[in-house]
Write a protein that binds this ligand. Sequence first.
Ligand code: SAM
Length: 270
Amino acid sequence: MRRFSAEYLEYTREGMWEGGREALADLSCGDRERVLDVACGTGEFTRVLVEETGPDATVIGVDADADLLAVAREGTSVSASYAAGDATRLPVRDDAVDLAACQALLVNLPEPADAVRELARVSGDRIAAVEPNNAEVAVSSTVEAEADLEREAREAYLAGVDTNVALGDRVRSLFAETGLVDVRTRRYLHEKRTAPPYAEPALESAARKASGAGLDDHRAELREVLSPAAYDDLRRRWREMGRDVVAAMRDREYERVELVPFEVTVGRVR
Ligand SMILES: C[S@@+](CC[C@H](N)C(=O)[O-])C[C@H]1O[C@@H](n2cnc3c(N)ncnc32)[C@H](O)[C@@H]1O
C-alpha cells in the first residue's frame, strides 16, 4: 500500500474546497444520513463532508494507515469518527450508507475497480470519487528553479509509479463497468497559493524541500526510472532549490501557485 505522511496530506490539501464547492453538488450532501469517507488519511475530506451534510448525518472516515487515523482523530473539532479498514474489503455491511466517497484513493491503487465495487457494495444510493489528474499539475514560483525541477520530478514520478495517477475519464468507465447509473463528472481546480504571511504547513513544506524529505517520500517511484546517480543529482538540485525557497521566505519574498485539477465523479447504485 502506498503510504503518505501526515505533513504531506495536510500541506497538499490546505485550502482545498475553500474556493467553492459546486463540484460536490452531485453528492447531494444535504440529503445524506450516513456517509463513509474511504481512505480518509488525516481526515481532510471527511471534515468537508461533515460541513456539507446536515447536523444529523453520521460521517465516518476509514483508512488502512493507523498513523494517519491517529492524526485525523486528534485534529478533528467536528463530529466525525474514524475506523481502520481496507478500501477493497471495507468493514461495513452491504447498503450501510447512502454515500460512500473517496478523495485521491483510486489513483493510488493497482486495481481501482476493486475499490469502486466495494464503495458500490456498501452504499445504498450514491458513490463518489474525487481524483486528481496529476499529469496536468501546473506550478509557478518566484524561485526560478522550482517550477522546472518540480516538472522534472513529476515526469519521472509519472513514469515510475505503478498505478494510474492520472485516471481522467477512466473513473467514469470504472463506474459504468461497476453498474452505476446516472454517472456525472464535474471538474474542480485546486489553486494552492503560497504568499506571505506564511502558514505553518507552507513553512514545513519548504523545510522538507531543503532537507530532501519531500522528494524522498517518492524515492521508490523516482528510482524506477532514475539511476542512483541521477536520483542523487536531482535530490542535490532539489535541496538547493529548497534552501532558496527557505531564504526567500525569510525575506518574505517567496510566492508560489500550484494548480491541481480534480475530477469529481458521482454515480447511483440503483
Ligand atoms: C493521497 S491520500 C488521500 C487521503 C485523503 N483522502 C485526502 O484526500 O486527503 C491516499 C490515502 O489512501 C490510503 N490508502 C491507500 N490504499 C488504501 C487501502 N487499500 N485501503 C485503505 N486506505 C488506503 C492511504 O493511507 C492514504 O491515506
